[in-house]
Design a protein. Structure first.
Length: 129
């Protein structure tokens, strides 16, 4: 199965060797998205603002593959401080509807200034929802 790498509109192309989103068959994989704006700068604010930006970036990645948040079947979340879980979860809950995707949330040492990183797996057919 070939990898079809996509560069979403509104995201700065990455410098390191990875693709922001890859389509393989009917599966869509996003790279871990962080709270960078369209210029590649880290946005101001705390975990609420960063989670909003990160999910906006995930949504842009999905759109580049013809998907939406409704097509997501699995989400992996990395929080720099698990004490931020409740705040993160309130923002997250506004972006997904039941039945919710499967999700793992782990504490992680993220790069300086980053509070949240999220990656997603979706199906282009929407059959996973």
């Amino acid at each position: 199965m070939a990898r079809d790498a996509r560069q979403p509109e509104g995201l700065t192309p990455p410098g390191p060797p990875y693709s922001p989103v890859v389509v393989a068959g009917d599966l869509v994989f996003t790279a871990g998205q962080v709270a960078f704006d369209a210029s590649g700068s880290l946005i101001a604010g705390g975990v609420e603002e960063q989670t909003t930006q990160v999910l906006d970036n995930v949504e842009r990645c999905l759109a580049a593959a013809g998907c939406s948040m409704d097509d997501v079947v699995k989400v992996t979340v990395f929080l720099s401080d698990l004490r931020d879980f409740d705040t993160f979860n309130r923002v997250y809950a506004r972006r997904f509807v039941p039945p919710y995707p499967a999700r793992s949330t782990v504490g992680a040492q993220l790069a300086d200034g980053l509070l949240v990183e999220i990656e997603a797996v979706a199906r282009t057919s929407g059959a996973g929802r």
